[in-house]
Design a protein around this ligand. Sequence first.
Ligand code: AR6
Length: 190
Amino acid sequence: MTVPGREDGAGAGQSRFRLTLVRGDITEQHVDAVVNAANSSLLGGGGVDGAIHRRGGPAILAECRALRASRYGRGLPTGQAVATTGGNLPARWVIHTVGPVFSAGEDRSALLADCHRNSLRVADELGARSVAFPAVSTGVYGWPLDDAALIALRAVSQTPTSVELLSFVLFDDRALTVFRQAADALGLTA
Ligand code: AR6
C-alpha cells in the first residue's frame, strides 16, 4: 500500500512511502533503521528491547550509556526518540523510543503518536530510507492492540518524511490482522 503525500498545507508532497505490514521478528529486518520500544532508562529490558540488545550486541548498550551520560541523565522522556548504532543487527541504526504505559483513566494517545512522529524525524536526520516499527506500547506497557494500531498508522501516515519504505513488524498473526484492519479503516490499503 502507498501512503500519499499530504495535499493540505505545510508538508504537502513530502510524505510518500510504501507501507507494509508483516509478521516477523524486528531483529531480523534488513532495513536502514529499526525502532525499539525502549524504556526511559535506555538500558534495556524485555520484549522487543531485550531482543534488540541481545541480537545487536554490546555496542548498542554502550551508545545508550553514553547518551544517558551526555544528554539524558534523567532518562529519555516518553514520546521522544534517539538513535544508536544497530551493532550486529542487519539494520544500520536503532531508533529508541519510549512509549507511554497505557492508562484507562488518562488519554495518552498523543504521546504514542509522538513516538512515531519523532522516530520518523530521527530517521530523516539519519538519512534512513527504510524503517521498521514494532507495535510500540502493546506488550509490557499494556496498550490495546486495535487502538495502538490506529494511533500508530495515523501518526506515520500524517508525518512528512523522506522515508521511502516503512514497515510494521508484528510478532504474531493476531497483531498482523489487527494492524491490517486498522489500515483498512484508515483507508491506507491500496
Ligand atoms: N519483534 C517484533 N515484535 C516483538 C518482538 C520482536 N522480536 N518481541 C516482542 N514483540 P514490548 P512495550 C512485540 O513489551 O509494550 C520492555 O521491557 C510484542 O508482542 O516489547 O512498548 C522495555 O524495556 C508487542 O506487541 O514493548 C520497556 O520497559 C510489542 O512488540 C517495555 O518493555 C511491544 O511489546 C516497553 O513496553
